[in-house]
Design a binder for this molecule. Sequence first.
Ligand code: KDG
Length: 305
Amino acid sequence: MPDIVAIGEPLVEFNQARSRDPSAYLQGFGGDTSNMAIAAARLGAHVGYVTRVGNDRFGRMFLELWSSEGVDASGVTVDADAPTGVYFVAHGPQGHEFSYLRAGSAASRMTPETLPLDVLRAAHLVHASGITQAISSGACDAVFTAFDAARASGAVVTYDPNIRVKLWPLARARAIVMATVALCTWCLPSEDDVRVLFDNLTPDAVIDALHRAGAQGVVLKQGAAGCIVSNGAKREHVPAHKVQSVDATGAGDCFDGAFATRIIAGDDPFAAARYATAAAALATTGYGAVAPLPRAADVDRLLAR
Ligand code: KDG
């Protein structure tokens, strides 16, 4: 049984190519929690993924991808009546922008009843995101059930709010995310997330608020500025590495996968965050969410630089 289990929605990716033709898209793979699982697998963790995919070409492509990446897909169900989701990435002056074709997808038909509870109960770390919760009320309930099961068996719970305002009403997003923060061992928000959750708080005030809401630990991911790690007793800023970034899609997911991998391997959270910061920097050096995810040797090389 896998040590780390992630739950969510995989999306086939069409990423605008940086060619002269803006209508050219490169096909890749995405979906924040699938990205996280693949990142962790590439960094040496034993990872499983829980979702539903359509009985279609894209669903089969994901099953092949997870198999080739060493992600255990025994928690994946093929749904004969709904498609695998898709998203498009466009690149503009404000960075990347996502458009989705995911309403009614197979993954959105997850419910607490469809969860492989045996896989979740055996895991040492369970991960989900606000995107998993935003795709449907059944999937949202499934995250609460999975986190309850993880907490009952003493597993680490990692949670990335990854708030996508296109996917759910703001008031619901804020309410669900803050209710979930109360359940997590490690809350892993980005600066974009905290801008949606709080009005104009300093990073320290954000971390205080997340601890007050019940998070045992917080890592505030600050992109090119690195991250701030707080275990409740101690706080540390981890600077980012300078790399030639071309596309930040999936960098936060890579951080989550690398952080989970090192926590399960026994690192303290500050060392795990240093490692994850290096892994996330490398994830920005190529296009797409999955293709540039680094392997352990790449991260070791950057850390040694
Ligand atoms: O973090 C990258 C993800 O956002 C991307 O792969 C697509 O999961 C995705 C989403 O729903 O935005």
